[in-house]
Design a protein around this ligand. Structure first.
Ligand SMILES: [Zn+2]
Ligand SMILES: [Zn+2]
Length: 468
């Protein structure tokens, strides 16, 4: 096991799964990790000393990166994947918004019982006008307009994005190990570099024992969900469903678990973000911030009710198929995933729950996932080769993008009666438009007229509240 052939083959080295018993005597109490590698446990200094002659050949120095320091890189990686030029844009980004899904607008109730903020789409907008006033004329402000544009950019591709981020971590970090100098070099293999180091993630002093994708429901208010009515092709589409959310989980050898949401909750208006500087280093998308919600100890203390509730975990670190998929990923001439490797990654995604459609992974999703895996491996590979993380802040500077007035808002009303009426109104005018009875301009006017009426009605409600 001490000699690695230089044919580019990579092996995933699994860290300790849990603190169970002393490696020397088997005792199960007062266990401590070997401080050098973090991969062996002992009950006493005596046991550690006694085991050293056998352990020293595999111990070696380990670079340990704290998850708190490291997670912004993963967030930026995910954001870069989403901004990949080959990723098809959501129709709501390329068509004009006719109504006013502003922060203060009430959600709409749909016949199936769900409620969401409805985005009504009209004619296509020329590319240079995306996110502009022409794209959404009635946005409450430029800030509100840009935020909605970026939120919609996070529709779909959640499992592919998370998978690609995990595959990069698996392939680039968890295949590193300490290789001791070989006593005599074998003629068929060159002597491996004795300086090769193991790099691993930890949280505080606890090594990460497992990571992967967690799925389950996220608590999201109707006002933070989105739905799209596209009048240009008369399609209705609900946005991402928070009851089948997905994010990353990390467990430590001491049994703690942390959730890391990479942009999925941003779509639902949970607006924690990390700055791109200094993590991107020109390899990742040129953004200033990437959304990320890391539920660490402090977050868990501050908000005891979990926003995301784990129903299932799909380990990436301990998945045999993915371990095989990364085996040949580090070939000479660059990172590559081919044939069987692709099938293994797709199989994993389908097990987790597919792509946007929550079933089969489409060809587009498959193609993008594999491109993202390569990009992620390259970016993480360079980061690790440079040991860039040494200079990263221990704790990232968090940014929070709240909507105007969000912090002093009262409990959200569902406004069911109004919404149903609104839905009928939309359908009625849309039919007239389809029959050619009214022009697009008139249609737009009708929506705006409704918005005004609604605003007046809300104003009256507020006045009433003020009365004694
Ligand atoms: Zn012992
Ligand atoms: Zn050790």
């Amino acid at each position: 096991m001490s000699i690695v052939p230089h044919d580019g083959r990579r092996t995933v080295y699994l860290p300790l799964k849990e603190l169970d018993k002393c490696a020397a005597c088997g005792k199960t109490t007062s266990l401590r990790l070997c401080s050098s590698c973090g991969e062996r446990i002992y009950c006493s200094p005596e046991c550690q000393k006694g085991d050293w002659p056998t352990h020293k050949s595999i111990c070696g120095k380990t670079d340990r990166i704290d998850l708190t320091t490291f997670y912004p890189f993963l967030a930026l990686l995910a954001e870069s994947h989403r901004l990949h030029p080959d990723k098809p844009l959501h129709p709501a980004l390329t068509h004009a918004i006719l109504n006013s899904p502003n922060p203060t607008t009430l959600p709409t109730a749909f016949p199936d019982g769900t409620s969401a903020k409805l985005v009504i789409l009209g004619e296509p907008v020329p590319q240079e006008q995306y996110a502009s006033h022409r794209w959404w004329p009635t946005a409450a402000s430029d800030f509100v307009r840009h935020k909605l544009f970026r939120r919609i950019g996070h529709e779909g591709y959640l499992v592919p994005v998370l998978t690609a981020v995990c595959v990069a971590l698996l392939a680039e970090m968890y295949t590193t190990t300490y290789i001791p100098p070989s006593p005599s070099s074998s003629p068929s293999y060159p002597t491996p570099t004795p300086t090769q180091r193991r790099t691993r993630l930890q949280y505080r002093s606890s090594p990460i024992a497992d990571f992967g994708i967690a799925t389950g429901p996220a608590s999201v208010t109707p006002g933070d969900r989105l739905a799209y009515l596209n009048l240009s092709d008369d399609t209705f589409e609900c946005g991402a469903d928070p009851s089948t959310h997905a994010w990353l989980y990390f467990t430590t050898v001491r049994g703690e678990e942390f959730a890391l949401d990479l942009g999925g909750m941003f779509l639902f208006n949970l607006c924690f973000a990390v700055p791109a500087d200094p993590y991107g280093q020109g390899m990742l998308a040129p953004v200033r911030y990437a959304p990320a919600y890391f539920r660490d100890r402090a977050q868990a203390r501050g908000t005891p009710v979990e926003i995301m509730r784990v129903e299932r975990r799909y380990s990436v670190l301990r998945d045999e198929g993915l371990g095989e998929a990364v085996r040949w990923s580090g070939r000479k001439g660059g990172v590559a995933f081919e044939g069987e490797d692709v099938r293994r990654v797709v199989e994993f995604m389908e097990r987790v729950g597919g792509g946007g459609g929550r079933g089969k992974v489409s060809d587009v999703e498959m193609d993008l996932t594999m491109k993202w895996c390569v990009n992620g491996c390259v970016a993480l590979g360079i980061t690790m080769a440079d040991r860039a993380w040494v200079k990263w802040p221990k704790e990232p500077m968090l940014a929070i993008e709240t909507d105007p007035g969000e912090m002093d808002e009262e409990e959200e009303e569902e406004g069911k009666g109004v919404s149903e009426e609104w839905f009928k109104y939309v359908r009625r005018w849309n039919k007239k438009y389809k029959k050619g009875q009214i022009s697009k301009e008139v249609l737009g006017d009708m929506y705006r007229a409704w918005a005004k009426r609604q605003a007046r009605a809300q104003g009256r409600e507020k006045e009433k509240e003020k009365e004694p």
